[in-house]
Design a protein around this ligand. Structure first.
Ligand SMILES: [Fe+2]
Length: 272
């Protein structure tokens, strides 16, 4: 791992600054279980209740605000409002929809391993639930962020291809390019907006799975700029506050094509 501070990711810096130990990335020493090899955790009643509360509340908030592609994926997932979903089932839905799979990981993953999974069309997901006092906000990934937030959109073929390309490009990235890719990831996968025939809507999971960001992101308090990979690659961000600036794509095809062109120009992706 590179230890020069300016080359560390925002999460790596936060870890060094001692912000929250859950934000310090872990490195796996053996491959994570995938699909039916994943065991359904022994959740407590309170954890199941946390899911029920968050699922009902977020679903209501997403109406008219979430991108159609995400809502289609959510429909395909058939999550129960009463019971925390099983990653093995999610893996089966992804496999059928886009030939992606899901692996169970214990926490925030070290970058190289994380992007390695994406490059192999595997979504590394946590399966633990945040505690009751963190329902509105938790600094680290948990199953609500990963499962409710991330997995539905991976059923969309164009987004799924883009997501794999991010992983492939990241594995080749050096120095400054690593930070550029991380910014692109942040402003798309986590905080992306789309403006298509349905109007301005959310597809980024950092927004979709957050109680406050969903209500904040589409308002005038947030500056919106058209998505351009080369511009986004230079845009700094802060993981600890509500986002003051977001980037808007026209379509997932635009996102995939523009990213592909940029990454090719950087020597990070081969020709199709
Ligand atoms: Fe995420």
């Amino acid at each position: 791992m590179n230890t020069k501070n300016e080359e560390l990711s925002a999460f790596e810096k936060a870890g060094l600054e001692g912000t929250d130990p859950r934000c310090v990335p872990v490195t796996l020493t053996e491959p994570a279980p995938i699909g039916r090899d994943i065991k359904y955790p022994d959740y407590t009643d309170e954890e199941q209740e946390n899911w029920q509360i968050m699922y009902a509340r977020q679903l209501k908030l997403l109406e008219g605000r979430a991108a159609a592609e995400y809502m289609d994926g959510l429909h395909k997932m058939e999550f129960s409002p009463d019971r925390i979903p099983y990653l093995g089932d999610i893996c089966a839905v992804l496999e059928k929809a886009t030939n992606w799979r899901a692996a169970r990981i214990p926490g925030l993953l070290a970058e190289e391993q994380f992007f390695g999974y994406l490059a192999d069309r595997v979504f590394p997901s946590t399966d633990y639930m945040r505690p009751r006092h963190e329902l509105d906000y938790t600094p680290a990934p948990d199953l609500f962020h990963d499962i409710f937030g991330h997995t539905p959109l991976i059923t969309n073929p164009t987004f799924a291809n883009f997501y794999q390309k991010i992983g492939q490009a990241a594995l080749k990235a050096q120095g400054r390019q690593r930070r550029q890719l991380e910014r692109i990831y942040w402003f798309t996968v986590e905080f992306g907006l789309i403006d298509d025939k349905n109007g301005l809507q959310i597809y980024g999971n950092g927004i979709l799975s957050s109680f406050e960001e969903v209500q904040h992101s589409l308002t005038d308090k947030v500056e919106k700029k058209p998505f351009e990979a080369a511009v986004v690659a230079e845009q700094e961000y802060d993981v600890w506050h509500m986002q003051p600036l977001l980037f808007v794509i026209d379509s997932f095809e635009q996102l995939e094509n523009d990213f592909y062109k940029w990454a090719q120009g950087q020597g990070l992706l081969e020709e199709n």
